[in-house]
Design a protein around this ligand. Structure first.
Ligand code: SAH
Length: 349
């Protein structure tokens, strides 16, 4: 069953209504006081009735919410209207606020060797409202759990799927979150394997919101990258470097950098040689930061670099004046960490 985009549907239902009515409806979707269309008391009764009949108030159904032992990570298994399942994660960040991690696709076509979602293949893109509703689910969850901190400060597109392979829906969902929440551009990060045609597109796209971008680099050696990220190709790295420079020229400033994500895979991409290549690649570009991600278990035949190796890798980068941090892993015990999201919960450790 094809999912009907909520915004389009509402637009078509109320084609003759003034545009402020559509705004009113959208704004209401982000209010935790409003639980269904009927609660929008500022809307005429007739419109509320039509909405109730024609448009689901939320596009997703929560099947289950798992919490981890530290109570700093929650993972929701949600069902979309086609019956497929997708996952979204809520993580407490170091500032004591929440980061919502959203999925952009059901499954993923990129097949990165270390990622559980990659094993599923792509089922379908999520519509922008299905992405936005992952945020709304957590907003609702927090409003029902008043003992928890209440403030969501960040949204990251690091769940299932490749956001740049679902460009328009991702762009629209980011714009909607920016418009209807207090979350600002520097608190939203889209993570991408680096689909260059889409990265080129966003450079010229007036509707692209200049939020933060993280690029899953994982190796600055072309052969190693091709092995672990099969969508890579021989001249990917020089092309990416060129794009990064142009991006930073256009949009970079002291609050706007690019991030390279680098999953630490034992004996694959974690040697001093790899660190030197990464340092050279990064410093040639300029305002980039490197996030080292300890590999999370996914039963894909890889293992995580040892803490000593990660530390040494980190130091090597620092010695070359690269801004680098080691990402803290959260939610491993509920298979909610990076790369562990899959359609069913069957690979839970
Ligand atoms: N498709 C997007 C979002 C992926 S998830 C992308 O490629 O960027 C966010 C990050 O987690 C990516 O950098 C991804 O490569 C990384 N990741 C995937 N599997 C992982 C695993 N098993 N352990 C640690 N990080 C992983």
């Amino acid at each position: 069953m094809k999912h009907i985009n909520r915004k389009e549907k509402i637009k078509s239902l109320f084609a003759n209504e003034p545009s402020f009515r559509l705004k009113q409806i959208e704004t209401a979707l982000f209010s935790t006081d409003i639980k269904n269309w009927n609660d929008i008391s500022t809307l005429p009764e007739s419109m509320r009735q039509i909405l109730t009949k024609e448009v689901p108030f939320i596009s997703l159904k929560v099947e289950k919410i798992h919490d981890n032992k530290n109570k700093d990570t929650y993972k929701a298994i949600i069902e979309v209207d086609s019956g497929d399942k997708v996952e979204t994660v809520l993580m407490l960040n170091p500032r004591g606020y929440w980061t919502v991690c959203v999925s952009s696709q059901i499954g993923c076509a990129m097949k990165c060797g270390f990622c559980a979602t990659g094993k599923m293949g792509l089922i379908r893109n999520l519509e922008s409202d299905e992405i936005v509703d992952q945020y709304r689910i957590w907003q609702e969850f927090l409003s029902e759990n008043k003992d928890l901190p209440q403030f969501i400060s960040n949204v990251v597109y690091m769940g299932m799927g490749e956001p740049m392979a679902n460009y328009v829906n991702v762009r629209d969902s980011v714009n909607s979150i920016l418009e209807h929440t207090e979350i600002g551009k520097t608190h939203i990060t889209v993570s991408t394997v680096g689909i260059l045609p889409r990265l080129e597109q966003l450079l010229e796209d007036d509707k692209w919101p200049h939020i933060r971008l993280a690029i899953s680099l994982h190796s600055a050696d072309k052969q190693t990258r091709k092995e672990i990220v099969p969508t890579s190709y021989d001249d990917f790295l020089p092309k990416l470097s060129d794009w990064c420079k142009r991006y930073l020229q256009k949009f970079g400033n002291n609050r706007h950098h690019l991030t390279f994500e680098y999953v630490m895979l034992k004996d694959v991409n974690d040697t001093p040689h790899h660190a030197k290549l990464l340092a050279k690649f990064s410093t040639a570009i300029g305002n980039v930061r490197v996030n080292l991600i300890p590999y999370n278990f996914t039963d894909c035949g890889f293992s995580c670099s040892t803490p000593e190796t990660i530390k040494a890798f980190n130091e090597e980068l620092e010695n070359h004046d690269v801004t680098v941090m080691i990402r803290k892993t959260q939610g491993e015990d509920i298979a909610a960490a990076c790369g562990q999201l899959i359609k069913k919960n069957e690979s839970k450790k």
